[in-house]
Design a protein around this ligand. Structure first.
Ligand SMILES: [Mn+2]
Length: 325
């Protein structure tokens, strides 16, 4: 029998639908001093002022939190990330509507607070432009970092409709500014009709590695992950997942959907293996539009599970490191 006066924190379990909205029901704090001993801090970045098509990713952090499932063991990996890691929900960066530059400064500052506490930031976008402040914050600590980038598009445009800061340009800007080491930068899932030869020519000249959807189909995702681990190698790396890498059948709620994408059965284990095998210093999941017509909460649900796989991979890595020492 449960004591009727006992609160969920004491009881150690609560129903999914009850309580305040935090990621996985994790403890909520906005106090940097409370990040001591924390392994992973979830940060929301609810901003979408820089999209070129459908807006709405500003609603994603709340929707992903609402879709998040409670702690428990990952049935295939045999580990509970919430038991292995100390995870908190660090709330949302103090973004402001219609001032993307100020929002990016707020995101970068919040991610830096997480890094200063020696915790790993996992940022819930937001549109893909937020990867720029996220990576800048990480590279300011670690020097030029590697990047594993799941996406339909390369996001290496020099500009979109004449605008240089956009959700279509962050990777170009980060490489050119020296925050990302292009030799340790791998793109996975490319398809569709953008960008063009100028951008791909620039990518080749920089030494960026690209796996298209035909590579994923022909080699299989496990081989693509093997090769990605080899290319990125040792050293700090950021993982960014644009949910539009998934086929719109699985992730209809996104700004620039493209048919012919990955299945969750390919993406989820890939994220787990990469998080377990790489020296991750930060990660984000972006471009989720929970309010898209017809999407219901399917896209937020899969976005939550992408984060859960990431946490599971980190938990596996921590357990391996502990047993090796
Ligand atoms: Mn993108």
């Amino acid at each position: 029998m449960i004591d009727p006066l006992q609160r969920w924190a004491e009881y150690g379990e609560k129903p999914d639908y009850a309580g305040l909205l935090t990621f996985g029901g994790a403890c909520y704090t906005e106090d940097p001093a409370a990040l001591e001993d924390v392994d992973v801090a979830i940060v929301g970045a609810p901003t979408d002022d820089l999209v070129s098509d459908r807006p709405g990713t500003r609603f994603a952090p709340r929707a992903i939190r609402a879709a998040s499932c409670p702690p428990g063991p990952h049935l295939e990996a045999g580990i509970d990330a919430f038991a292995e890691l100390k995870i908190v929900d660090f709330g949302d960066a103090a973004v402001v509507p219609a001032d993307a530059e100020r929002s990016h400064r707020a995101i970068e500052a919040t991610v830096k607070q997480v890094l200063a506490a020696d915790a790993l930031p996992v940022i819930l976008g937001g549109d893909h432009s937020i990867t720029e402040p996220n990576v800048r914050a990480c590279a300011a600590v670690h020097g030029p970092i590697g990047l594993v980038h799941f996406d339909t598009h390369t996001d290496t445009g020099t500009e979109v409709f004449g605008v240089s800061r956009s959700h279509g340009t962050p990777m170009y800007r980060l490489v050119e500014a020296g925050w990302i080491d292009p030799k340790r930068y791998v793109q996975i899932g490319l398809r569709g009709y953008w960008p063009g030869e100028n951008e791909f020519g620039w990518q080749r000249a920089k030494g960026i590695t690209s796996y298209f959807m035909h590579d994923v189909r022909e080699l299989g995702i496990a081989v693509v992950v093997d090769r990605t681990l080899e290319v990125v190698g040792e050293g700090p790396v950021f993982l960014t997942v644009d949910v539009d890498v998934l086929d719109p059948a699985y992730a209809p709620g996104t700004g620039t959907p493209e048919p012919g994408g990955m299945t969750p059965g390919e993406l989820l284990p890939a994220v787990r293996r990469l998080a377990a095998g790489l020296e991750l210093v930060g990660a984000d999941v972006v471009e989720v539009i929970p309010t898209s017509p017809g999407s219901a909460d399917l896209t937020a649900l899969v976005a939550d599970r992408i984060v859960r796989e990431l946490l599971t991979g980190l938990a596996l890595r921590k357990r391996d490191e502990r047993s090796a020492s």
